[in-house]
Design a protein around this ligand. Structure first.
Ligand code: ADP
Ligand code: ADP
Length: 218
């Protein structure tokens, strides 16, 4: 569960996120929808502790994201997927992350299999396609076997097959009782994916309802 209360972020005169409050429940895919510049990334970055709120709070399983610990709750995030410019192989990259998070080495092979990167695991990350890079980012987010997963525009630039894969991945996580929060600037991407929708515009909450209710009203 993710709880955002009165969350705001100011950059100088600009209010990027304006008094947002919402709850993200387990067992559902929750879409976080809004046009470019609406404040989605800023909100997600504050939830995972990469940006400090100007005011308000964001907690995951009742605690600040950075204080989460097993076995109570763990979380993983894929934020604005960036190419990993690395001469290392996918397996080496994940082993490094596993080691710095004190996770067992065997978990690396489990997540490589979960995201379908078993075969390319020995290839250098620098040569990965966008879709493979997204899968690697999701693999990294899955290392700690998270109860809560946060994905910022995970299908951006993916081909239809990659989009379908990400959808099925999110559905599987939700059906498994986990909490899934996924951002997008396209309603068309959310419609077939999200069970619940949180909509923001200019940093403010514009809607918070089940997908069925949202569609019935619009
Ligand atoms: P979204 O993810 O919905 O596209 P963002 O959260 O990236 O929106 O941005 C929200 C607003 O805050 C935008 O107007 C953006 O330009 C601004 N913004 C984001 N990060 C910064 C920053 N570091 N400094 C100043 N303005 C920023
Ligand atoms: P990225 O998508 O990799 O963050 P950007 O060029 O959009 O690349 O942003 C680079 C940095 O500038 C980020 O830290 C971002 O938060 C910040 N930023 C984004 N929008 C603005 C803005 N309007 N003014 C100042 N900084 C911004």
């Amino acid at each position: 569960m993710i709880e955002v209360k009165g969350l705001s972020k100011r950059y100088g005169d600009k209010i990027a996120v304006d008094d947002l409050s919402f709850t993200v429940r387990p067992g559902l895919v929750t879409g976080f929808l809004g046009p470019n510049g609406a404040g989605k990334s800023t909100t997600l970055r504050m939830i995972v502790g990469l940006d400090q709120p100007t005011s308000g709070t964001a907690t995951v399983c009742g605690r600040p994201y950075r204080e989460l610990a097993r076995p109570l709750c763990t979380a993983g995030a894929l934020l604005e997927a960036k190419a990993v410019h690395s001469g290392r192989t996918a397996r080496e990259h994940l082993r490094g992350l596993a080691a710095s998070n004190r996770l067992p080495k065997r978990r690396v092979d489990e997540v490589l299999e979960l995201v379908g990167l078993t075969d390319p695991a020995r290839r250098r990350v620098g040569g990965f396609s966008l879709g493979m890079g997204q899968r690697l980012g999701i693999a990294a987010a899955l290392l700690g076997d998270p109860e809560v997963i946060i994905l910022d525009e995970p299908v951006n630039g993916l081909d239809p097959e990659g989009i379908q894969w990400v959808r099925e991945f999110m559905r599987g996580m939700a059906d498994d009782g986990r909490t899934v929060l996924v951002s997008s600037h396209l309603m068309s991407e959310m419609q077939d994916t999200a069970d619940h929708l949180i909509v923001i515009g200019r940093g403010r909450l514009a809607a918070d309802s089940s997908m069925a209710d949202f569609l019935a009203r619009s």
